[in-house]
Design a binder for this molecule. Structure first.
Ligand SMILES: Nc1ncnc2c1ncn2[C@@H]1O[C@H](COP(=O)(O)OP(=O)(O)O)[C@@H](O)[C@H]1O
Ligand SMILES: [Mg+2]
Length: 109
């Protein structure tokens, strides 16, 4: 699978396991299409793999390019002016949305 969002894990092959969790999340993504999935909160202790699984989920869903558009945004831990946050968030959404649409055109050719 192609990697669209650079994962913090580095080499994508380093990601292991999490098969049940990914199956659950992909089923949740499927439910989004029929509006049956609710919002979800992933809550776990520091350094237990939340970022790793969500970045991998992003790449899988992006690669599928099937109705559900993934957006990945990480809120900075350092202090940030609200204006900067809004601009950064907005641009991230626009970039990822555009990339998804461009990829859809590429796949349809
Ligand atoms: N499924 C996985 N396979 C291999 N390494 C992982 C996996 N999930 C997390 N890691 C590694 O464990 C560390 C903590 O993961 P991270 O996703 O940053 O945790 P969190 O976001 O919950 O703080 C990182 O070094 C990450 O690369
Ligand atoms: Mg994290």
């Amino acid at each position: 699978m192609k990697i669209y969002l650079q994962e913090k894990i580095g080499n994508p092959d380093l990601f292991t396991g999490r098969k049940d969790e990914l199956a659950f999340l992909l089923n949740w993504v499927e439910g989004i299409k029929g509006l049956t999935s609710k919002s979800r909160l992933l809550l776990a202790r520091h350094k237990t793999g939340k970022t790793a699984i969500l970045q991998r989920l992003f790449n899988i869903v992006f690669d599928k390019n099937d109705q559900v558009i993934p957006i990945y945004y990480e809120v900075k831990e350092s202090k940030q002016h609200v204006g900067e946050f809004c601009k950064d968030f907005f641009l991230t959404v626009i970039y990822q949305y555009t990339a998804f649409r461009v990829d859809a055109i590429r796949l349809s050719r």
